[in-house]
Design a protein around this ligand. Structure first.
Ligand code: GAP
Length: 417
């Protein structure tokens, strides 16, 4: 563990890097900002999109039992009555009063206007579409619904950069099981969550499981594990896993007619087959903004290169906002620039999208700039390239360079992302 001064420095370094290099800006900055809001710059958006895609691929696309949803942010207020959020989604103010943290808004004009809320969790968008999903796809238990989207909370004390904000994104799963199976699937999702965290580069040695006591659990939960992370400002919640029982489906008066397993073997036959039941819910929930913060904190590294301290982000190539940068060795040699542009940059850009062109300053400076934003590969076109159609590819973490034929570049990168 680093000392507190180093930890504070680390947070400052991340915040400053995020602003300077176009990952995350303070919200509404030119008007003095708005507490608890942040705007995402070009690299930040790509990083977020890559992470969302990675999550969706693992938890939705690659599975047979998962159904995606993209529900409206403004829902009928009756949803929030039934879900218990109107009555219970409150935090204490400094003077001890209970303050409901849902953002209120008006739907419609004048006399017709009705009170509504911006959703404080994406979960309800899945519960209210439970029946639609069952009717449309006839899934067999166990199955899940998944959604990625914005959530809003009028946090009393937003703080610590993107850790506690008023507008954020959640990636959530509601996994429907038979009541008797909940413990099995709770354990299963715990393992899945940990596996994903590690795969996207969250330093797992800084992740801790906290069994949340009954007093601290949300109103709907019978068991919750918080995955906490060692942030520079302390050990705090990263993600959560909750056993929501049949609380939500019961409150929305939704049922399910249990069915036999599908031919692919999804689902298991039980005594309840053919009967109306209310499935129970295991909910793995991931805050996207906190995921990004944990990834940046895990990735930030410093070492000594050429007698200087260099800082770099050891991002997984799969989510790095720039997968490779292409440079002509010299900016003032038209034959190098032309070759690098048409034969290397253009095809890679068309294939991967997240490819940078960098011809500013000397090569060392370009490497440092790319290291700082976590670009895993820097490709340089030099005079040998003109002779033999090979380029140097430099590895961000080791600084080592290898010569690769241009025709193999695409597969070289594909194998590593
Ligand atoms: N549907 C369950 C639910 O919303 P939660 O623990 O209140 O549970 C889920 O929130 C996740 O959303 C948290 O684990 C965290 O990652 C993220 N989150 C919650 N409040 C947040 C905030 N104010 N700023 C950033 N992320 C937040």
């Amino acid at each position: 563990m680093k000392n507190p001064k180093e930890e504070n420095d680390l947070m400052e370094k991340i915040v400053s890097l995020c602003k300077r290099r176009g990952f995350v800006f303070p919200g509404s900055e030119i008007y003095g900002g708005l507490a608890g809001t942040y705007d995402w710059g070009s690299l930040g958006v790509t990083l977020k999109n890559n992470l969302k895609q990675n999550w969706w691929k693992k938890f939705v696309d690659s599975r047979r039992d998962m159904y995606g949803v993209d529900a409206a942010i403004i829902m009928n207020p009756a949803v929030w009555e039934s879900s218990g959020h109107v009555a219970g989604f409150s935090d204490p103010t400094p003077d001890g009063k209970q303050f409901n943290v849902m953002f209120k808004t008006q739907v419609g004009a004048g006399e017709e206007a009705t009170l509504s809320y911006l959703r404080p969790e994406t979960a309800q968008g899945m519960f209210v579409n439970f029946k639609n999903t069952v009717d449309a796809f006839h899934p067999k238990l166990p199955f899940g619904m998944a959604q990625i989207g914005k959530a809003f909370r009028n946090e009393i004390a937003p703080r610590d950069f993107i850790f506690r904000v008023r507008e954020f994104e959640q990636m959530e799963i509601e996994y429907f099981v038979r009541e008797e199976d909940w413990e099995k699937y709770f354990q299963y999702w715990k393992d899945e969550m940990l596996e994903w965290m590690e795969s996207v580069g969250i330093d797992i040695s800084k992740v801790h499981e906290l069994e949340v006591s009954e007093d601290d659990r949300a109103h709907y939960s019978k068991r919750t594990i918080d995955f906490e992370f060692d942030y520079p400002f302390g050990r705090k919640e990263l993600f959560g896993l909750a056993y929501r029982t049949d609380f939500d489906l019961k409150n929305h008066q939704l049922e399910y007619i249990d069915e036999a397993p599908t031919p692919e073997g999804v689902g298991v036959p039980t005594a309840s087959v053919g009967k109306k039941i209310t499935p129970h819910v295991i909910e793995p929930t991931f805050g996207l903004d906190r995921a990004i913060l944990a990834i940046l904190l895990s990735a930030y590294s410093e070492d000594q290169k050429d007698g200087e301290t260099r800082s770099y982000l050891k991002l997984n190539p799969n989510i790095a906002p720039v997968v490779c940068a292409v440079s002509p060795l010299l900016k003032n040699k038209p034959e190098l620039v032309e070759y690098a542009n048409t034969k290397v940059y253009a095809p890679l850009k068309a294939e991967f999208g997240r490819v940078a062109w960098d011809d500013n300053g000397n090569i060392g400076k370009r490497y440092r700039r790319q290291d700082e934003i976590g670009t895993p590969f820097c490709i340089v076109v030099d005079f040998d390239t003109l002779e033999d159609d090979t380029v140097t590819v430099r590895d961000r973490d080791t600084g080592e360079q290898e010569r690769i034929a241009i025709k193999d570049l695409e597969s070289y990168i594909k194998e590593r992302i």
